[in-house]
Design a protein around this ligand. Structure first.
Ligand code: EPU
Length: 419
């Protein structure tokens, strides 16, 4: 088993390059299946375990997948011959649900095992199913798999009951080849929703309005291969911004879209840090004292739920009281117990973490209970006195590419050990 070992107390300095967005890439790769002609060459793909999982699933369906380099894949979906996505890889990850929308639109049928993913609360897919049914599909769930069939797909007006990233993207994908113009309302506006829409349009789809409350998808005859580059990862960038503040460092986070980081920048500035925006970078520094803040997670453009756990690690050493209210997931504070093992003072009441800032954290053996909890532990380890060992880091590897190398380049004392 691998673990991360961190000797805390080093000030992070320098520049770090952010890679492509995980939550965009994990939708774009399944969507590449819709191209019935030509190859998709997709770059700026993060080199993470969730992407490796998707590569294996694409191969199992009959795609030809070539790795051009660590961040570029060529996918030829011309000869997909298996519509049954029921492997361990499909069960392991959340984003495998995008194969339902992609296979449905191209082949009008599929069998896809129900997705897994981080244990952060109940993760229903009723809104995805509601959208597929509105387009004319029949859906049954049998032996843990979604079985979906349609004679034909026809455009529909769909109003989502909850704002869901996954349902918005999945139904947008499914509507690309449906006859007529589908209107999706109460949709998610995250940067990765817009990125997937741009990818579909580059393949020949006609998707308008992504990034606003209403998306319109006019069905086209077919989609074909294309060249595409994934947007930078808002969450990886946010994690490094927080780490810079946590170590009172001076870090330039490069290859980002500063607009996507505004809610995070605003919170760090409210705490007393300085964030200077460049064209495609942000520089994060701290001079004076930091103060506690309240954070409420919300769909984009609100503060991202995926960044609240790293934020909790930082707030654990900031003087005063801070509150983190999680409005998306019902159980996303498991990292609190792990931070408390390091001396933090966090109480969880319902979906709110109440943090009383302590003087400093002390290294301990802690667990990455999920992906972003793992990032929180890394930040805690960087701030703590002495040695921190983080186990179950396979969660971190699902979403952060080469995390220890990136932090080491900024001056952290962090290494991966196999035991
Ligand atoms: N929801 C429903 N029904 C549905 C779908 C969602 O009730 O059919 C609810 C969920 O239970 C949740 C809320 O709607 O309370 C939002 O869920 P959403 O569908 O937006 O989440 P997701 O698509 O499953 C993606 C990211 C998550 C990120 C959320 C919110 C991927 C693969 N995952 O999940 O990322 O937290 O959006 O932004 O894109 C992560 O990267 O660490 C991560 C968990």
């Amino acid at each position: 088993m691998e673990r991360l070992v961190i000797n805390g107390g080093k000030v992070l300095k320098g520049s770090v390059n952010i890679t492509g967005a995980k939550n965009a890439a994990v939708a774009i790769l399944p969507a590449a299946i819709i191209a019935s002609e030509g190859k998709c060459i997709i770059d700026n793909i993060p080199d993470i375990e969730d992407v490796h999982c998707l590569e294996r699933i694409l191969l199992s369906l009959g795609c030809i997948v070539k790795k051009i380099d660590n961040n570029t894949l060529e996918i030829d979906a011309t000869n997909v011959n298996n519509l049954d996505a029921c492997t361990e890889d499909v069960r392991r990850m959340r984003a495998s649900y995008y194969f339902i929308g992609a296979l449905l639109t191209r082949f009008k049928k599929a069998r896809v095992e129900l997705p897994g993913g981080c244990p952060i609360g109940v993760r229903p897919i009723d809104q995805h199913i509601k959208g597929f049914e509105a387009l004319g599909a029949e859906v049954v769930i049998e032996h843990g798999a979604v079985i979906i069939n349609a004679k034909e797909l026809k455009a529909a007006n769909i109003f989502f009951d909850v704002v869901s990233v996954g349902a918005t993207i999945n139904v947008m994908i499914a509507a690309t080849l449906a006859e007529g113009t589908t209107v999706l309302e109460n949709v998610a506006k995250e940067p990765h929703v817009v990125d997937v829409a741009n990818f579909l349009n580059t393949m020949g789809a006609d998707v308008k309005g992504a990034g606003t409350d209403i998306i319109r998808v006019r069905g086209v005859e077919k989609l074909t291969g294309c060249n595409y580059s994934v947007i930078p990862d808002q969450i990886e960038a946010g994690t490094f911004m927080i780490a810079a503040v946590a170590t009172r460092g001076d870090v330039t986070i490069s290859n980002v879209i500063p607009k996507h980081l505004e809610s995070i920048s605003a919170k760090l500035i409210e705490m007393g840090a300085t964030v200077e925006e460049g064209d495609d970078s942000v520089r994060v520094t701290v001079e004076g004292e930091l103060k506690g803040v309240n954070v409420k997670t919300a769909p984009y453009p609100g503060f991202p739920t995926d960044v609240q756990q790293p934020m909790a690690a930082l707030l654990s050493i900031v003087p005063g009281k801070s509150l983190i209210s999680e409005s998306i997931w019902e159980n996303r504070h498991k990292h609190a117990d792990e931070l408390n093992k390091m001396g933090a003072n966090i109480k969880v009441e319902g979906r709110t973490a109440i943090i009383e800032g302590c003087e400093s954290l002390v290294g301990a053996l802690v667990t990455a209970t999920d992906l972003r909890a793992g990032a929180a532990m890394v930040i805690a380890g960087l701030m703590a006195k002495g040695k921190t060992e983080i186990v179950e880091i396979e969660h971190i590897d699902r979403g952060y590419p080469h995390i220890e190398d990136k932090f080491r380049e900024l001056g952290a004392d962090i290494r991966r050990e196999v035991r």
